[in-house]
Design a protein around this ligand. Structure first.
Ligand code: ZN
Length: 100
């Protein structure tokens, strides 16, 4: 797959959560889950890991002119996304929106 164009990337050195050390007890996997809820580092890492890096195909419902689904599925290739970063000071990836 081709590389995805990602907007709003930051250098690692400027990303606040990457400077927070992990406080998970990795020796006990049950203490790490669900989703490292008590560890900001791992929570932010999981958010980052869930972001796509390569172009992907998205399937969506075709809409008629009244914005009602026609029942037909269409697909398109997503080539560009923009990261939505948190404004809580951690610069974590809250989500992303796609273009095209
Ligand atoms: Zn952790």
């Amino acid at each position: 797959m081709a590389k995805l164009k990602i907007n709003n990337l930051m250098n690692d050195k400027d990303i606040a959560w990457k400077k927070i050390t992990c406080k998970c007890d990795k020796s006990d996997i049950e203490k790490c889950f669900p989703i490292f809820k008590d560890c900001i580092h791992c929570k932010c890492q999981a958010q980052q890991d869930s972001m796509p890096r390569e172009q992907f195909t998205m399937t969506y419902n075709e809409m008629d002119k009244n914005k009602q689904p026609t029942g037909k599925l269409l697909s398109k290739t997503i080539k560009e996304i923009t990261i939505d970063r948190s404004v809580d000071g951690y610069n974590s990836i809250r989500g992303w929106s796609y273009h095209g």
